[in-house]
Design a protein around this ligand. Structure first.
Ligand SMILES: Nc1ncnc2c1ncn2[C@@H]1O[C@H](COP(=O)(O)OP(=O)(O)OP(=O)(O)O)[C@@H](O)[C@H]1O
Ligand SMILES: [Mg+2]
Length: 416
């Protein structure tokens, strides 16, 4: 169905496609052995190509030229809740205007991929899904009443629920297409944009949906007293479970620094980043010490919070990294664990006590072993006006510094 769009995106315009289709039809007509049934299916397929290809292409092109309005969570916090539920209406109106723009940007990115990459079936499927989502959201009428807002929220909820496998499709699609890609930067910048935009869209939708609930201590998706220590502890329990089922052993985590700190924050990105970094630290620790008679050394996590940022340092006493690994570790799909089918970090584990945002974790479990943890975490940190930096010494271990702007900071403004 996307064939026309692809040709379009690659600068090969429709006339060429018509020639191809006419050729195909001519060939089909010559082939008298084609059963009537097959022919009907074939004709229907062609009809679909035509319909999809010309459907509202201009709407996508026009919105792709507009910048999205990146909201600051500080603003989202101060808008808060109003008695007459006007906040729900305003929030829905913002999403109604902004989400199609964000999807148009992603579609534009797909159309600018090299032809041979964009033709990958998994990427095609995603591309098509983005187009469908765009049209669904874009064609929703103006929202002027709370009744319309309710229907729109249901639509958002469905969009939210039906995109759980986006990360794994992206990861697998690019892995398959990798051999055709000459420039690593092309993959990196496409995936950085796709993943961070997806994170932001998810957070915005989640925020809107949560605004309807009366959850104590929360304004929408913003937790008003987020405790980094609690997140580290629950992440530790999760990663320890994975380690025990994989290696039969696990290190412990020692948390120090500002352990009592709490502040307003949206947990979603950190609930991806922290377990990812712990997984890497645990794996490095176990692989370096598994044959030693001594106990595994702890992984140390230090929390520091100042007026503008949260800083987490995760220190392991594993092998550390060689220069050649350091050079490649920010590339998507780079992993020193080549056993892709090793379910080491793909969990069949029971997640009942696992409290993170389900959408990230479900996807995350399916992409384990792909070499996505580090580049995705860095992209998330940078999108949120922060950074992810490594210091490593071969034979001593690795320190990871996660820096993120606080939502209340006036100097380091975070925008979704
Ligand atoms: N703390 C660490 N100590 C040693 N090597 C590390 C550490 N963190 C990352 N690495 C190296 O960087 C590579 C990339 O890490 P990344 O988390 O992106 O992928 P992965 O762990 O291999 O797979 P996954 O997608 O499951 O996270 C790892 O395979 C490992 O070689
Ligand atoms: Mg990892």
């Amino acid at each position: 169905m996307l064939t026309n769009k692809l040709f379009h995106g690659c600068g090969i315009r429709l006339p060429f496609l018509h020639v191809r289709h006419r050729t195909n039809i001519a060939r089909d007509n010559k082939n008298r052995k084609l059963s009537n049934e097959n022919k009907t299916i074939h004709d229907r397929h062609l009809a679909n190509i035509t319909v999809t290809s010309f459907h509202s292409q201009t709407a996508i092109e026009q919105l792709a030229l507009k910048p999205s309005t990146r909201l600051s969570p500080l603003t989202m916090m101060y808008i808060g809740k109003t008695q007459d539920n006007g906040h729900l209406l305003r929030s829905a109106q913002y999403l109604h205007k902004d989400l199609p723009i964000r999807f148009a940007h992603r579609i534009n990115d797909f159309q600018n991929l090299p032809f041979v990459v964009a033709c990958n079936p998994l990427l095609l499927e995603l591309h098509e899904r983005f187009i469908k989502t765009f049209h669904t959201l874009h064609s929703f009428p103006q929202i002027n009443t709370l009744e319309q807002e309710k229907i729109y929220t249901q639509l958002l909820q469905n969009t939210f629920n039906s995109s759980n496998d986006t990360l794994s499709l992206l990861a697998e699609g690019f892995r398959e297409a990798k051999r055709h890609i000459k420039q690593e930067m092309l993959v990196r910048s496409f995936l950085d944009r796709a993943l961070t935009s997806r994170l932001a869209i998810k957070m915005l939708i989640e925020h809107h949906i949560e605004l309807r609930k009366d959850k104590p201590n929360y304004i929408g998706a913003i937790c008003m007293s987020f405790s980094p220590k609690e997140l580290i502890e629950s992440s530790t329990r999760y990663v320890q479970k994975l380690c025990r089922s994989t290696y039969g052993m696990t290190p412990n985590v020692k948390i120090d620094g500002h352990v009592d700190s709490s502040f307003p924050y949206i947990i979603t990105p950190l609930s991806y980043i922290v377990p990812e970094m712990l997984k890497n630290a645990f794996r490095a620790t176990i692989e370096h010490h598994k044959n030693s008679n001594n106990d595994l050394p702890n992984v140390n996590v230090t929390i520091a919070v100042n007026d503008d940022e949260l800083l987490l340092r995760i220190r392991d006493h594993g092998e550390g990294m060689s220069k050649s690994i350091l050079e490649k570790m920010f590339n998507y799909h780079f992993s020193s664990n080549n056993t892709l089918n090793d379910s080491s970090m793909i969990s069949d584990t029971d997640f009942d006590d696992y409290s993170y945002d389900q959408f990230i974790i479900r996807n995350h479990n399916r992409i384990s072993g792909y070499g996505f943890g580090v580049p995705t975490s860095r992209a998330y940190c940078e999108y949120l006006n922060g950074s992810l930096v490594y210091e490593t010494n071969l034979g001593i271990g690795t320190d990871v510094y996660i820096r993120l702007g606080l939502l209340t900071s006036e100097k380091r403004i975070v925008r979704l």
